[in-house]
Design a protein around this ligand. Sequence first.
Ligand SMILES: [Zn+2]
Length: 498
Amino acid sequence: MKVIEGVTLRGMQAVPVEVEVEMTGGLFAITIVGLPDVAVRESRERVRAALRTLGLKLKGRVSVNLAPADLPKEGALLDLPIALCMLRSSGVFEPGERALYMGELALDGRLRRVRGAVPAAFLAREMGVPLYVPRENAEEVALVKGVTAFSAETLGELVSVLKGDSAPKPVQASELPEAPFVADPDFADVKGQAAARRAAEVAAAGHHNLLLVGSPGSGKTLIARALNGILPPLTDEELVETLLVRSTLGLPVEPGRRRPFRTVHFTASSVAVCGGGSDLRPGEVSLASRGVLFLDEFTEFRRDLTESLRAPLEDGQIVVSRAAGTVVYPSRVLLVLAANPCPCGFLGDPLEKCTCSSVEVDRYRRKLSGPILDRIDLQIAVPRLTSEELLSFSGGGESSAEIRSRVVRARELQQERWARFGYSCNAELPERLVRRHLTLSAESRSYLAGMADRLRLSGRGLSRVLKVARTIADLAGESDIQTPHLAEALMYRQGAGG
Ligand SMILES: [Zn+2]
């Protein structure tokens, strides 16, 4: 074969790139066709310096062609295949078997870690060809089952392999390193707050979105963070999705099957949160997918940012369309919002007096409604405790490990129930399946109908109540949704407002 194959990324997907080099006489110059200007300049310098470390001095006109031409490409990933193509055109080694190569070159010829090694491994597996990566990428590639991969530390090491002077170093398939389960913070450290603890348990069990409303110092943030420690471990499939996102962003593999927890500040841009931008990188929502996305001080968030979250929350994925095509990122997050009850923060507080006018409170309350809040299944008040109450909770509450074991059992029931439809938890269930599969006894049905009228619940609101009630029944190990399960679910619906 005349070409050397590399990869570039489109969203979270690796796409093959063919590299061809032509060398002719004349004045020295390197031109690369098919890369944006800045990337060309940088790649050219790195490749030239790295080749010099192997004693290869380029002469004459060197033109590099990258195909397909209309595909936007990232320079750094293509350093290695470009350098290899130049070496082969200079007769340093003979063409061998077909393979994919990726890596950024340091000026001294070392191969640097690149983003996208996991998507590249998927591509190599699909194409049925081996993948060559920098040594620093070996750990994540080892987690992709069924791929043949090799790693090298330097360009020189790889050239010696391609010349047949030494054997390639295979990337040994491995499992994700285990990590001891640590909840930090632990629910054992959360004093009181029985209702909020219970809401967090229900949220974790069914992957339901949660709103915590309380005064500053009430422990909303502590509860949100503790929620991460009671989530069930990632399944194999979910782990792969998490790996893909992290690898695409160049983030290292994390040990254990802990779910992601990402906090977004209200000053964040919508590209940082939802992804996209010129290089089509995934955003925080995708990094948080299968785990928690935490928005503290929710009422401070700009309208356009919360609006941009609406579709990802509803669809479980983000679709970015560009001239070059469409990319899709995952966004199956458990959204946790925290907010004060009023502008001054002390409405309903046992210790401090609220100084807001009723007009101010009304205006504030409107911020706590709208499209995002419609997608919140559980709303709960987190009242500040008086010092007397704080002192009376001397022994800690139930530990995160105990709560987590119930959550894991409830999630197993959901996986069994919904696997054939392609869903893993109650919150993911689309409305048509809710209507067909979450049925009620005559008594429960008339109870819910009465409550729905009183609370003026919409059709969507009703199916959310049903899904939460299903989770509560799963936590109790009950096969049918019963009236008490519905009553608890409705309580979370009425929310933190009262
Ligand atoms: Zn107030």
